[in-house]
Design a protein around this ligand. Structure first.
Ligand code: ADP
Ligand code: MG
Length: 330
């Protein structure tokens, strides 16, 4: 059943946290909800789950309007970064917590522990589990009452990189098996790209952009989205040499792959091609196969990838594919 959030607004006192937000997620689809800290991601999840009150809007699961239902009647699962497991209960009792009245409680818990690969952990104290294991218990507990929608709020935020990778793969395959709409909050583009079918970007409580990850990354419509997805370089058109700037005003994206290094410290006898631009190396980050350099060209800081060994303050010549430079709205 499809999750449909229409015209959702949330206000804390006089402070608007969300304004007229619309989101639609189909069964089996994972939507990554992205945005800077304070953009309203958690408020959206809490409002949809029924933890905070909405000012306007409706939340529907299939043709069921759940806007005015109590939390437990909505059949929406919500999982947080802090696992919020009960320390005095063992693994099985934590998972069984939300299904006290379930007729097949025992088999259901066994089924869920198998799903998250924790069979045999039934009687373990949750305090004796690793962070990744605790997170899988939390996932099993949230899935126990068979929610029709799942919300995950930065579920891997507190784990180290290697564990995040493994758990991300596990969680994605478990969630996909459920065949329900999933909204997954993350501020990490790598995580979003690994898990999401669609991305919705929130900015100051308003939907800033939405679309498939590849489309948003390739052609970000706004400067906010380009920055959030770690696109480089987002610069003001006015800081660029006129040949690159074209007719653009305001923020533009000069994709890293559109900037090419032509020459480093060229000898006086070198003849610069007509499209060569002078630049100065300002910063270099060695990244194994290539380095990522920030060069200053006119007043703009542009990023380029190169296998050459550059050093700070070196004079270089670059070319920029002006056709790849795209205007961004605010
Ligand atoms: P995010 O999860 O994207 O970081 P939040 O939804 O937590 O953003 O917060 C959105 C805005 O609402 C922020 O400005 C935050 O300070 C404010 N806010 C969040 N929760 C409350 C609350 N309980 N009372 C007042 N303001 C809040
Ligand atoms: Mg949050």
């Amino acid at each position: 059943m499809t999750l449909t959030i229409e015209n959702l607004s949330v206000t804390y006192g006089d402070v608007p946290a969300l304004t007229n937000v619309n989101i639609k997620v189909d069964p089996g689809e994972i939507c990554a909800l992205m945005g800077r800290s304070g953009s309203g991601k958690s408020s959206l999840l809490r409002a949809a789950a029924g933890i905070v009150a909405t000012t306007t809007g409706t939340i529907s699961v299939g043709d069921r309007d759940v806007t005015n239902l109590a939390i437990h009647e909505r059949r929406i699962g919500l999982m947080f970064q802090s696992y919020a497991l009960f320390p005095h209960l063992n693994v099985a009792d934590n998972v069984a917590f939300g299904i006290a009245k379930h007729p097949d409680r025992g088999p259901r818990v066994a089924e869920l522990l198998a799903l998250v690969d924790l069979t045999g952990f039934e009687t373990r104290a949750v305090g004796d589990l690793s962070g990744g294991e605790q997170q899988r218990v939390a996932l099993a507990r949230t899935l126990a009452p068979s929610p029709e929608v799942m919300f995950l709020d930065e579920p891997l935020g507190s784990l180290d990189t290697a564990l995040r990778q493994t758990l991300l793969t596990d969680i994605t395959s478990i969630l996909t098996t459920m065949n329900i709409p999933v909204v997954y909050v993350t501020h990490d583009p790598t995580e979003a790209f690994a898990i999401a079918d669609s991305i919705t970007v929130l900015h100051r409580g308003v939907v800033n952009s939405e679309g498939p990850p590849r489309v948003l990354w390739t052609t970000p419509p706004t400067a906010v989205t380009a920055r959030l997805l770690d696109r480089e370089s987002v610069v003001e058109a006015a800081t660029l040499p006129p040949v690159i700037r074209g007719d653009n005003t305001g923020a533009v994206l000069v994709p890293t792959e559109a900037v090419e290094l032509l020459a480093v410290d060229p000898p006086k006898t070198w003849h610069a091609p007509a499209d060569a631009l002078e630049a100065t190396v300002r910063h270099v980050v060695f990244a194994g196969l290539s380095s990522r350099a920030t060069v200053q060209c006119a007043d703009a800081m542009l990023t380029l990838d190169t296998t050459r060994d550059l050093t700070r303050n070196q004079k270089v010549y670059i070319t920029v594919d002006a056709a790849a430079v795209t205007g961004l709205s605010a």
